[in-house]
Design a protein around this ligand. Sequence first.
Ligand code: BEZ
Length: 252
Amino acid sequence: MSEWNANIYDHSFRFVSEYGRELIDLLNPQKGELILDLGCGTGDLTNQIAQRGAVVIGLDQSETMLERARSKYSQLEFQQADATDFCFEKPVDAIFSNAVLHWIPEQEKVIANIYKSLKKGGRFIAELGAKGNVNQIIQAIQNAICKADYKNVPLEEVFYFPSLGEYTSLLEKNGLMVSAAFSFERPTLIENGQADFRDWVNIFGILFFQNVPVSKRAKIIDSAVAEMLDNLAEDERHYADYVRLRIVARKP
Ligand code: BEZ
């Protein structure tokens, strides 16, 4: 993520960490526990976990996000880490992850690292996009690219949105015991319709444009955003069609 994107992320997509608070209740951090926040972004949830008395380390792949996190919460520890390639020598009490795992198609590697880093009895609490997540947004992007006669990039090459059954099976196959899993639709208010949908595409959806020359993208993005404004409107407001998957699992 660029500096510019870290700014927009904090401004237009504040809801990511606001919704994440419910996930912290599921985590139920205890005083003195050692917890990893995997994919901590700009650190808001890391900070909330710390405020509940746990010792928390925020991990993220993006140095730009980490710089922002460190400047906001200088008292906390943040480390650069790749979710497909990390392991903690001192096993941790819990691993928490909000709205990041869907960026990683190599999910089995991530789960193996989570398993290795947890102590016995340690918990894994996560939320990610589920099957069908942001379907209409992606459809609008792909329609606009197709109408402009460029080749589309398939969804699976950009995001990993598993079904509940698929993800819980993968966790169990890799040694974790799932005690709760739920998938639910969460229409999410897009406060500044057109501008925020455009930011969404530029920040989160730009990998769909790999076959489109940079000079042609703005017009295609306008066309995709117009379709989103039509299809995702309700009572004069706009809602992104988020579908979530929440997981509570444990290392036996
Ligand atoms: C999500 O939180 O579900 C999400 C965010 C950005 C891109 C794709 C999915």
